[in-house]
Design a protein around this ligand. Sequence first.
Ligand code: TMO
Length: 317
Amino acid sequence: MNIWLLVFIPLVTCWSLTTLAQQSPKKKPITIALNDWASQIVLSYAVGDILKQIGHEVQFQLISTANQWQALATANINLQLEVWEGSMASDFNQMVTEDRIIDAGTHNVKTREEWWFPAYVLKSCPKLPNWAALNDCAYLFQTPISGKKGTYISGPWDKQEEKRISALKLNYIVKRVGGNAIKHHILHAVKTKKPILVFNWTPNWVETRIDGYFVSFPKYEAACMNQPSWGINPNEIMDCGNPSEGWLKKAVSKNMPNQWPCAYHFVRNIDFTNKMIAEAASLHEYDRLSYKMAAKNWLDAFKDKWQKWVPEYKPKA
Ligand code: TMO
């Protein structure tokens, strides 16, 4: 028997209580974090919509992944739906260990966040995706700002990539762009068939539309992140890739179970699949729907899935 069934037996009346909640004049809104990549934003709007349907007030707060931990700890933000292992594991684990936020469960998803290139680059650099080919092929990725080095384009998330470049002695610089700019760099490169080396992740819209590969770095182990002696560089950390089968978790503020028990029950039930996330991203990034329209379409497309997270859910007439 699933342990959560035991924990939540007292809450089975949750969904009928929402009518009571609706009658109280001043309800404290649940604040959902909006970060800076498409699936996270679209799915936050979608989940916000479901929370409203079951009687909650909801508001959204734009915030960076770096700043969200403190905001969750002080309950200025109550819900973060996409905590990615590759970019957020150390902050998340520390906050949970210090009992400042709640780990609200793991999605049934395998994630990867890594350097990526379109498949046509293999013609000019056939030894990729092995990372050992990166230096020989650095000239392919030169840009005016990188001189003789290659340029690797990355986002605003803390990936310690400069440390990896140093540890693996890569002849590259990191060019940081906004989370939403990554798409334009990829689409432009693909349109003009130019080589590009760029931060990408899965599940994401890219895999549904563009053929490409993640660079295969030395296999990730946790020790690589904090023990210099680990790996091929005995003096530096980060001489490895990111987790290739990473987790994806939900984080909530500590006041959630008491303040909004029904919402908390629902959030624990939320279980995205790779397809649900890739589709959320594609609806906005490729199909060009606004975030909110993408959320609407997503809710229609995956009704059978998310309605199961809300026991006794009855669509409004
Ligand atoms: C956190 N992210 C999915 C952009 O790597």
